[in-house]
Design a binder for this molecule. Structure first.
Ligand SMILES: Cc1ncc(COP(=O)(O)O)c(C=O)c1O
Length: 384
């Protein structure tokens, strides 16, 4: 049997391939030694500081944050979300969130609920994974400290209307998980009134794994989660108060951050709209093909609604694990099966505990890739 070509449709886990510029930026730093910023006064350290500074400026501008000292690098969105959730919630607080949150949000929240008396309330979430911003005002309490929203679901692709949510948040702080949307959908934190935006670098921002961060609003009282050396105020045994240093203890991932900056430059050069339109066309092709396939159920927003590129499905008579196995082994189609670290989302859409098969096209996929996936699913369906 001829070995099929690999078709990567797991971009919601991490994007692949990365633009060549990302690889080149990282290789250059590794070769040149610009690795340890802010620690020494020699040329290598100074050039590493410049790399970080320029990347910070680029990320701040990308998300509409006017002051780059409120832009912080972490090792992924999970770390960023932990800083926001643990830093902003106190015992006795109430937090409103949605039924499509990732465990990066749900696990910290369930911990705080159990151990620190934080009240967690989920907004009604439709079987497509969508929330209605009009459901928010009636649920706000005097002690609602935080509203947490996943911008684009990694399970159904459902997209939250950040502007509509931001205008209904009352006195609550607004925290957004942009893991799946940053790089595809424009986000302007100041225009929308987002107090804390958490992003990951290795998905649609095209950076390497090990990158991410957050952008926070001016005046936000936010204690750091991790303390240690920052390369600044070395005389003090107490954590400096200065942002972004106070949130970035430990030698940063200079290589990864340079790769992330190159990913952002790639998005700027290509145009976010071009990226989005290409992904939308691929998702449309995929959804149209799936709609015609007998025995296949697709979960997610109705046709025509703007959405992210995660597409969840099930096929009658096949477990999702078997489906993913057959796609991979016999057809070279790389997908992801199961709960996608988001059991809450699967409860909302009625696919818990088995989960779904997820196909997630990215910018570097072609129509041929989607047709190959559809042909593979049709052949599996026909042989069952
Ligand atoms: C919506 C959402 N939040 C959080 C995460 C966690 O991302 P990371 O592993 O980069 O921290 C993911 C990753 O799949 C995600 O899709």
């Amino acid at each position: 049997m001829q070995t099929p070509k690999n078709v990567y449709l797991d971009n919601a886990a991490t994007s692949f391939p990365k633009p060549l510029e990302v690889e080149q930026a990282m290789a250059r730093l590794l070769r040149e030694g610009s690795l340890s910023p802010g620690r020494s006064a020699h040329a290598f350290s100074l050039s590493a500081s410049r790399v970080i500074f320029e990347a910070r400026e680029a990320v701040a501008e990308f998300f509409g944050c006017r002051d780059s000292s409120r832009t912080v690098f972490t090792s992924n969105v999970t770390t960023a979300l932990n800083v926001g959730i643990f830093g902003l919630l106190q015992p006795g607080d109430h937090v409103l969130t949605t039924g499509v949150e990732h465990n990066s949000v749900m696990r910290p929240l369930r911990f705080l609920e159990k151990k620190r008396g934080v009240a967690v309330e989920m907004l009604p979430t439709s079987a497509a994974g969508e929330i209605d911003p009009d459901d928010i005002p009636a649920r706000l309490r005097k002690n609602t400290r935080l509203l947490i929203v996943n911008h684009a679901s990694n399970v159904t692709g459902a997209l939250a209307d950040l502007a509509a949510i931001g205008s209904r948040k009352g006195q609550a702080l607004f925290l957004v998980d942009a893991a799946q949307s940053a790089g595809v959908f424009p986000i302007d934190v100041e225009a929308v009134g987002i107090d804390f935006l958490a992003f990951t670098g290795h998905k649609a921002l095209f950076g390497p794994t090990g990158t991410g961060g957050f952008v926070f609003a001016k005046g936000l009282a936010l204690p750091p989660l991790m303390l240690g050396g920052t390369g600044s105020h070395s005389e003090a045994e107490e954590q400096p108060g200065l942002a972004p240093d106070c949130y970035e203890s430990g030698t940063p991932n200079t290589l990864g951050i340079a790769g992330l900056a190159a990913g952002l430059a790639f998005i700027r050069k290509t145009g976010m709209e071009t990226i989005r339109r290409h992904e939308e066309a691929l998702v449309r092709l995929l959804l149209d093909g799936l709609a015609r396939m007998p025995g296949v159920t697709v979960y997610g927003p109705p046709t025509g609604r703007q959405r992210g590129s995660a597409v969840s499905l099930r096929m009658a008579g096949k477990s999702v694990a078997e489906l993913a196995f057959l796609l991979d082994r016999h057809h070279g189609i790389m997908s992801r099966a199961g709960l996608h670290c988001a059991p809450a989302a699967h409860r909302s859409i009625g696919t818990f505990p088995d989960g779904t098969l997820r196909l997630s096209p990215g910018f570097f996929n072609s129509e041929e890739d989607i047709k190959a996936a559809l042909a593979a699913l049709a052949s599996i369906s026909a042989s069952s």
